[in-house]
Design a protein around this ligand. Structure first.
Ligand code: FAD
Ligand code: SF4
Length: 470
């Protein structure tokens, strides 16, 4: 029988879901991978060796029960797989789409030794998408609601992770966000070709059915005072992300035609989703030559958005080599297929132009001694200056923590990099220096990943339950 064959991986190779053809997808703001068919999901899941030491589970930041749900999918038991998958992850269908699996679960798969890792991310996405389509919803029938209530600031993955844990334990949460839809950067950052927006809309409906309340278009500190939340709720969770731009600090950065990555991406999302308040906010690179500076996920998303807008050329300049790029390898490959040109070992030293962008001056680099994080520092090659012609430049160097003005009054301390101090292994997980306030996600660890933000939000939820003695 097929399910008794532990050596399926020999007969069946790794097969990612079908990708749309590059020329076609480079014109569309929709996901590029087709869903698995049930037989494909089953046979790919059945490739799992059940190696006995699931490194994939350890490498996954939320420690998903990967081999167990792979087995259930191989058996065609999707609803049970969905239940199991939601025991450890609040947004499995999102992680399946956007996690850099090559660095996490799939990177740790035993089958990497010559056979190709199990397509863990794609199966994870398949489970939840299929279960929802079958009418499955998280089982809340045994939840007994307590009289406790918690305010959550930020409807990004950290805030949603926290709300999920609280709701399942019978603690009511109200999630505040300044944006008109939930998701944080999942909605207002990551573009539709990686994650279609109806995924988060569907999730919002599910969360609301679970008893989680959202108050959108509400900025804490402007529309509602933080002190009001502190007085009205039994605890507060902060999942506000990081939104301070890292700048290059080189001449010409303020020339017209130089854009900040997130301003550009958010304007595009607002335009595509009809949230645009002023049509002048939309930034289009149609018929323009674009240079994107940076090598992370944000840079990759800008590259591919510009291609879809009809830019004539998109060049991505990064100061280290391809091996050392922080962005997901899969997304770099996708960007390349769609027509993005990469210039590695190039460090920008100026944006040049008379009253508007005409190009980016770069120098060549080679990798030298490791820095304090163990990454080799790029060193400038003398006399290697060149100019890349451009009509527009996007600076995508990442984000730093951005503490709110009310943190000090609320006794919320930050570290030397402005990240909120909230240790995972303190008296209560992710409690800040104010015992009633908890925090997690990018604002605590610095810009990182969706799955790490979910993990911290969930752990903070557990910390709040202990603190409230629920
Ligand atoms: P966020 O997602 O930033 O959510 C914070 C929320 O808090 C926002 O909705 C914000 O509006 C709200 N908020 C802030 N202040 C207030 C206030 N005062 N009042 C009310 N609401 C407030 N990670 C991956 O794993 N894979 C990827 O492919 C990937 N791609 C990325 C692409 C881009 C362009 C960017 C910028 C990031 C990407 N990341 C990716 C990183 C990932 O999106 C973040 O690490 C993750 O979203 C952090 O979650 P969070 O909940 O901490 O914060
Ligand atoms: Fe892999 Fe991310 Fe899913 Fe964990 S959450 S199994 S790392 S795709």
């Amino acid at each position: 029988n097929r399910l008794n064959n532990d050596f399926q991986f020999i007969d069946v190779g790794r097969n990612d879901p079908q990708k749309k053809e590059a020329r076609k997808r480079a014109k569309e703001f929709s996901e590029i991978y087709e869903p698995y068919k049930p037989t494909e999901a089953a046979s790919q899941s059945h490739r799992c060796l059940h190696c006995g030491n699931p490194y994939c589970e350890w490498k996954c930041p939320v420690h998903n029960y990967i081999p167990n749900w792979l087995q259930l999918v191989a058996e065609g038991n999707i609803l049970e797989a969905a239940e199991l998958s939601h025991k450890t992850n609040t947004l499995p269908e999102v992680c399946g789409r956007v996690c850099p699996q090559d660095r996490l679960c799939e990177g740790a798969c035993t089958l990497n030794d010559g056979f190709g890792a199990v397509t863990i991310g794609s199966v994870e996405k398949y489970i939840t998408d299929t279960a929802f389509a079958m009418g499955w919803r998280p089982d809340m029938s045994k939840v007994v609601w307590t009289d406790k209530k918690v305010a959550i600031i930020g409807a990004g993955p950290a805030g949603l992770g926290c709300a999920d844990i609280l709701a399942r334990a019978g603690v009511k949460s109200v999630v505040f966000d300044r944006y008109p839809e939930i998701g944080g950067l999942l909605t207002f950052g990551i573009p539709e070709f990686k994650l279609e927006k109806n995924v988060m809309k569907r999730r919002r409906a599910v969360f609301e059915e679970m008893g989680i309340e959202f108050r959108l278009n509400t900025e804490i500190g402007r529309d509602v005072e933080f002190d009001t939340l502190l007085a009205e709720y039994d605890a507060v969770f902060l999942g506000m992300g990081t939104y301070k731009y890292m700048q290059g600090g080189f001449p010409g950065e303020d020339l017209p035609g130089v854009y900040k990555a997130l301003d550009y991406l958010i304007a595009n999302v607002n335009h595509c989703l009809g949230y645009e308040k002023n049509p002048e906010d939309y930034i289009s690179f149609k018929d323009r030559r674009v240079v994107v500076l940076g090598g992370g996920d944000t840079a990759m998303d800008c590259n591919r958005t510009a291609i879809r807008q009809g830019a004539t050329e998109v060049t991505c300049a990064y100061r280290r080599d391809e091996e050392n790029m922080p962005g997901s390898r899969k997304e770099v490959a996708n960007a390349r297929e769609e027509g993005v040109e990469f210039l590695f070992n190039r460090q920008p030293v100026a944006v040049v132009g008379e009253g508007k962008v005409e190009g980016v001056k770069v120098v060549r680099t080679r990798l030298g001694e490791p820095d304090e994080n163990g990454r080799q520092r790029p060193e400038v090659v003398p006399g290697s200056e060149e100019i890349i012609p451009a009509d527009a430049v996007i600076v995508a160097f990442g984000f730093q923590a951005s503490p709110a003005s009310w943190f000090e009054g609320a006794n919320i301390q930050v570290d030397e990099r402005d990240r909120v101090k909230a240790p995972e292994h303190g008296a209560y997980a992710f409690q800040t220096t104010n015992q009633k306030i908890f925090a997690g996600g990018d604002m605590v660890r610095g810009s990182d990943l969706v799955v790490t933000a979910i993990h911290e939000g969930r752990q903070a939820g557990e910390g709040i339950l202990d603190y409230l003695q629920v």
